[in-house]
Design a protein around this ligand. Structure first.
Ligand code: MTE
Ligand code: MO
Length: 538
């Protein structure tokens, strides 16, 4: 065997170990990437690390802390990394020598990582997805690369057998001659391994960076202490019905709809955050968060609605916000004559155009909010500061991660959605919605509660009417509203008989106006129409 031949024969131990490591990298990269979607960026490494921290016996934990001090977590992660590397190399070698033991090792590791993930506190119902898909990808890569390695090794052996196929030719290679099979197989193996390995590293590191940025927003938020409200929202008796399937009066933060253009939730440090008021003002103003908190905060109950909410849809939510009137800030800057719009800007560049009159009206609770339902704004709802304006769709008023209010004119400035065809001004079209019963969820004959929500921010709901099977409109019972800026619940008992039935709903606001019957799409200024649905009674 010539030296050249020896060099071209794969060292199976090393290459199969590398195959194992690349497979593990593919596993982790896949899981990290999916964890951005399913576990709020808490990837498998962090989950397993946290799991280890939780199950390690206290004396060992204390040993780690006293020995490594503040470096106990990095040391843990490095230790974990080394363990993963060794296990991966072993899996690669096992798969090559004792097929399918390597895949078995990957699956066992996957099951352990999944268990660690789903048992983390606050894990969502889909927390198992990233590591499960990761296991699949890891196992597939292991199978694929091992097959490539075998092909290479196989052709190298047969090349040796016929004596000279892989030996260096004595004369310069004829470029037209077909490549020896061993060279082709070697190339295929190396290329696939490199492509998968490099992609895994890029995807994995990218996903970790993204999640590190988002988790740090969470960390900053946990440190912020908000002052107690000067006045609290009083929820009157009878504000909420006890009907199964009916939306709660106050939407929990975790269930509150989210709509924005941010691919990654901006991580804003409250310490360096500033709100600038500029444009057509006498005095440019700049506020720190402490400035705002020091002005005294009150609670405001306001129902937020998205222009993209279809009739009967879920892009509407009600929260008790902690904040202060925008008009107090704008008054300090002194808006100039001729201005008719405020362009609010987010740290991520998003902008909304709100009529200046809405933000200076002493009768309208247009607010700068820092709190939502008793806690600081969640990162995805605009931490640390957003705007909320009763009666205007979110895209023209509710800028999250707010950083600038530019006093200007509709003639001079455009908001994010305006050149995309949406109306520059967009008051909420008041509406009503059936929450229960639902199409596709049959109910038993007998007394059935038909119930839902209705909203007419700034005006209030006067009544809600229900029609069954095109029959006459019957008034529903309304819950006791918190105020005219919030939605109300409505309910109507119904003696349901077996068969299929139509239920329709409409509202009348306190100005005596009837909800628009004509159907309109959400584009360009919000949907309209009466919700009408088919229910099956058994
Ligand atoms: N920075 C920023 N703020 C934004 C948006 C956005 O895309 N970026 N979307 C707006 C829209 S369309 C709506 S309906 C509300 C939704 O607020 P929520 O996600 O807290 O429910 O935020 C508004 N504020
Ligand atoms: Mo929206």
């Amino acid at each position: 065997m010539s030296a050249r031949t020896a060099r071209r024969t794969p060292s199976r131990w090393l290459w199969s170990a590398l195959v194992g490591i690349v497979s593990a990298a593919a596993f982790l990269a896949t899981a990290e990437l999916l964890s951005l979607l399913f576990t709020r960026g808490s990837g498998p490494i962090i989950a397993v690390g946290g799991f280890v921290i939780d199950i390690v016996p206290r004396p060992l934990k204390e040993f780690a802390i006293t020995t490594f001090g503040v470096y106990d977590k990095p040391v843990l992660l490095i230790g974990l990394g080394i363990a993963v590397l060794i296990a991966a190399a072993v899996a690669g070698i096992l798969q090559y020598r004792l097929r399918p033991l390597g895949v078995v090792v990957v699956v066992i590791a996957g099951v352990l990582a999944t268990l660690a993930t789903v048992t983390r506190s606050g894990a969502s119902g889909l927390a198992w997805v990233p590591t499960t898909v990761g296991t699949l990808v890891g196992a597939l890569v292991l199978l694929l690369l091992t097959a490539r390695l075998r092909a290479w090794a196989g052709s190298a052996v047969s090349g040796e057998a016929d004596g000279h196929a892989v030996a260096a030719p004595a004369v310069p290679e004829n470029p037209a001659a077909p490549r020896p099979k061993v060279a082709v197989d070697r190339r295929a193996f190396l290329r696939t391994t490199t492509v998968i390995g490099v992609s895994a590293v890029l995807v994995g590191v990218g996903a970790r960076l993204v999640s590190a940025a988002t988790t740090s927003a969470e960390a900053l938020r946990n440190e912020l202490r908000l002052p107690a409200p000067r006045t609290k929202v009083a929820v009157p008796d009878g504000a909420e019905f006890d009907v199964e399937g009916l939306a709660p009066l106050v939407t929990p933060n975790k269930d509150f709809y989210r709509v924005d253009t941010a691919l990654v939730v901006p991580a804003v440090d409250p310490a360096s955050w500033r709100l600038v008021i500029d444009g057509m003002v006498d005095q440019r103003m700049e506020f720190t968060l402490d400035d705002l908190l020091g002005m005294g905060l009150d609670e405001y109950a306001i129902t937020l609605t998205c222009v993209s909410n279809e009739v009967g849809g879920g892009l509407v939510g009600n929260a008790i916000w902690l904040g202060l009137p925008v008009r107090d800030l704008i008054a300090q800057a002194g808006p100039q004559a001729g201005a008719d719009m405020v362009l609010s800007r987010s740290v991520d560049g998003y902008t909304a155009s709100t009529p200046l009159a809405s933000l200076t009206d002493p009768g309208l609770d247009a607010i700068i909010a820092v709190g939502m339902n008793g806690e600081a704004l969640p990162p995805e709802h605009g931490f640390p500061v957003r705007m909320v304006v009763p009666g205007l769709y979110g895209y023209v008023s509710a800028t999250k991660w707010l950083t600038e209010l530019k006093v200007t004119t509709f003639a001079d400035d455009e908001a994010y959605w305006t050149p995309r065809g949406y109306s520059a001004e967009a008051p909420i079209k008041f509406s009503s919605r059936i929450d229960t019963p639902r199409t596709g969820a049959p109910v038993a004959a007998g007394t059935v509660a038909i119930a839902g929500m209705a909203w007419a921010q700034t005006v209030g709901i006067d009544r809600v009417e229900v029609s069954i099977d095109e029959g006459e409109w019957q008034p529903a019972t309304l819950s006791n509203p918190i105020n005219d800026n919030t939605w109300v619940q409505w309910m109507l008992p119904w003696e349901a008989t077996a068969g299929t039935h139509y239920i329709a709903v409409r509202a009348v606001n306190k100005n005596g106006e009837l909800q628009i019957e004509e159907r309109a799409p959400i584009f360009p200024d919000g949907s309209s129409g009466w919700q009408r649905l088919l229910v099956t009674v058994t």
